[in-house]
Design a protein around this ligand. Sequence first.
Ligand SMILES: Nc1ncnc2c1ncn2[C@@H]1O[C@H](COP(=O)(O)OP(=O)(O)OP(=O)(O)O)[C@@H](O)[C@H]1O
Ligand SMILES: [Mg+2]
Length: 222
Amino acid sequence: MFTGISKSYDGQPSVQVLTDFHLTMFPGETISIVGPSGSGKSTALNIIGLLDRPTSGSATVMGVNTEDASSRTIDRIRAQHLGFVFQDSHVLPVRTCFDNVHLSLWASQTPRPARAQLVETAIEKVGLSHRLHQPARVLSGGERQRLAIARAIVRNPSIILADEPTGNLDPDNSQRIVDLLNTERDRGAAVVIITHDHQLAEQCDRTFTLADGVLEPVSAHA
Ligand SMILES: Nc1ncnc2c1ncn2[C@@H]1O[C@H](COP(=O)(O)OP(=O)(O)OP(=O)(O)O)[C@@H](O)[C@H]1O
Ligand SMILES: [Mg+2]
């Protein structure tokens, strides 16, 4: 739950990005956030994902008020409960698909022998089993994005944050990504999707626009 979040960046002049941002996420729902370029969507996602701290306001994630939490606690929440899908996938091109997903288990409590099974299951879910031991560089754009999803979901996170997950994809590949994210929603994850694609946004359970640092529900929807 995020209440009264503001975020500014120091500089000459300083930039006020979020002014009074409120969001409560529930298990088993998809939320989309749309807004013009530079409106602060990625900034908001980084704060929701505990990658960045707000300038003021209260952020409670998985029952922990992060204002008073140590960075170790925040790292643990992020590792155990959050999954990220970044724009441009950020997969490591020279590593195999298996390694790309396996790397996100580095801090996991899962015993080593069980990790391989988790990786294979995640890769199977996104339809890339036939590519398991091939380097990510041979994948198409859509396949890379599916690999990025496998990496985000391998720990069965409670919250999945996706920054333009379909940004560079054709309609068929975009739909595949949406279907995968919906499957995560159906198993109980809260999924937040930033997108410029209004059709995708409207498929989500709730839609918000970010403008002037404030998140507004889209009326017919939220
Ligand atoms: N580290 C930073 N230091 C200074 N200004 C920043 C920093 N990060 C972001 N900004 C500024 O904050 C504003 C919001 O940036 P943000 O990346 O959140 O926008 P966005 O809505 O994700 O845009 P886009 O749709 O283009 O990805 C922009 O004006 C940007 O220049
Ligand atoms: Mg952005």
